[in-house]
Design a protein around this ligand. Structure first.
Ligand SMILES: [Fe+2]
Ligand SMILES: [Fe+2]
Ligand SMILES: [Fe+2]
Ligand SMILES: [Fe+2]
Length: 415
């Protein structure tokens, strides 16, 4: 598929929906395909990024003709965001939605890591993957307290729920969260698309916790959103660092529109819900319009041809979200003890005692018994005699197999 061959025959006004057009029927939280929920969350995050990027561009631009053109596309991004995010039903609680957010983080990261040609970008993905995998376990334990809808009734067992690198180990010195950037002109297009997609996805999770965390009743759950929200800040820093910072605003706009086209096309091709599939198709058409506008603006204002960044414009293989249980187990078995040191990943057991990882981690955690991510597992164990898990085989890490004791050492302590 090449979006540059798909120029819409309609005008931008004809491609703009009315209120009825964006008021779509929400999915049913108990029987929706978990991957449909993941696609909804991701595309909402992509549209939020499109709108915020558009506003930042606008604020850094001195040419009002160009600002008017950006405003035109940005208005549609906002309509798309409303259309997509309102697919989440009102009876889905923030905590239930959170389960889907963390499941998306795991499945999306694993799917992209499995096809990633750049070894460094793949290492970054594997690194954050294990952390979101542990977040899923922590939130699932919290959700199970009330016994209302346990997490596996939402994930339909398309993902395992078991400890990853324990959340208590994620809190690192900010200087160890910045990674090396790539060159969008020479990088494989899959690397460019994947790092942009993960940046927007993690940013959406960060924003979501920033906003819903305080709607959770007083107790360990409310505090858990603060703790995990701070880890999402680290994930956004990591993926944002990978993006090419030397691109101009208009080059960046072109990449944003190309990425939106790519994702809507992928999801239009793979969606199982017929009603939602139509929405992906409709948005794909709008995005091809944005892509043509971005390419024209780049030519007009900077004299650059879109081929310089996008080659022949042909999409890579589509993004087909699927269960990734085996891959997650492999990464867990191989890298659970990893932490970050500046731009690279190292085995925490080999760090010197005075390393800033330990100083920072001990400082923000305070007493281990006060750490929310530990408390939610411990409280579940106290109440039910064991933690909440959904495993198809024992956890690949021996120290994480004990269901009556929450491990706070793995990934965090010297050997
Ligand atoms: Fe969009
Ligand atoms: Fe997470
Ligand atoms: Fe994350
Ligand atoms: Fe767009």
């Amino acid at each position: 598929m090449n979006p540059f061959n798909e120029k819409p025959s309609k005008s931008i006004l004809e491609l703009t929906p009315n209120w009825k057009g964006i008021a779509a029927k929400p999915y049913n939280k108990l029987d929706a395909d978990p991957f449909t929920k993941e696609r909804v969350i991701l595309m909402n995050g992509i549209e939020v990024e499109a709108a915020l990027f558009g506003h930042n561009f606008h604020r850094h631009c001195t040419d009002n003709d160009l600002r008017r053109d950006i405003a035109l596309c940005r208005r549609q991004e906002q309509l798309q965001q409303k259309h997509v995010n309102w697919l989440s039903p009102s009876n889905e609680t923030p905590l239930e939605t959170t389960i889907s957010y963390e499941q998306l983080a795991v499945d999306l990261t694993a799917c992209l890591a499995m096809r990633e040609p750049d070894a460094y970008a793949k290492a970054c993905m594997d690194f954050a993957l294990l952390e979101d995998f542990d977040h899923l376990y922590r939130y699932a334990n919290l959700l199970d307290f009330d016994g209302d809808v346990p997490a596996h009734q939402l994930t339909l067992d398309t993902i395992e729920i078991t400890p990853g690198r324990p959340t208590i180990a994620h809190h690192r010195h900010p200087m160890d969260t910045v990674r090396r950037f790539n060159n969008a002109r020479t990088a494989d297009i899959r690397t460019v698309l994947s790092t942009m997609t993960l940046t927007a996805g993690e940013q959406q999770t960060m924003n979501f916790y920033m906003n819903v965390g305080n709607t959770i009743p007083e107790g360990p759950g409310r505090d858990l959103y603060q703790e995990i929200g701070m880890v999402e800040e680290q994930h956004v820093t990591q993926y944002g660092a990978l993006l090419d910072p030397s691109l101009t605003w208009l080059e960046n706009l072109l990449l944003h529109e190309y990425q939106e086209c790519y994702l809507y096309w992928s999801f239009y091709e793979t969606e199982t819900d017929a009603h939602i599939r139509k929405i992906w198709q409709e948005h794909f058409e709008q995005e091809t319009m944005h892509l043509f506008i971005a390419a024209e603006l780049l030519e007009k204002h900077e004299g650059k041809d879109w081929h310089e960044l996008l080659g022949d414009g042909e999409f890579p293989e589509k993004l087909d979200l699927q269960p990734t249980k085996e891959y997650v187990r492999e990464v867990l078995a191989a890298t659970v003890e990893n932490t970050a040191q500046a731009e690279d990943f190292v085995d925490v057991r080999e760090l010197p005692a005075e390393h800033r990882f330990f100083t920072w981690n001990d400082h923000v955690n305070g007493r281990v018994q006060d750490v929310p991510s530990h408390i939610v597992a411990r409280e579940h164990i106290d109440q039910f005699g064991e933690d909440y898990r959904r495993e198809e085989a024992p956890n690949p890490i021996k120290d994480l197999q004990d269901r009556t004791h929450d491990n706070t050492q793995v990934g965090r302590k010297q050997g």
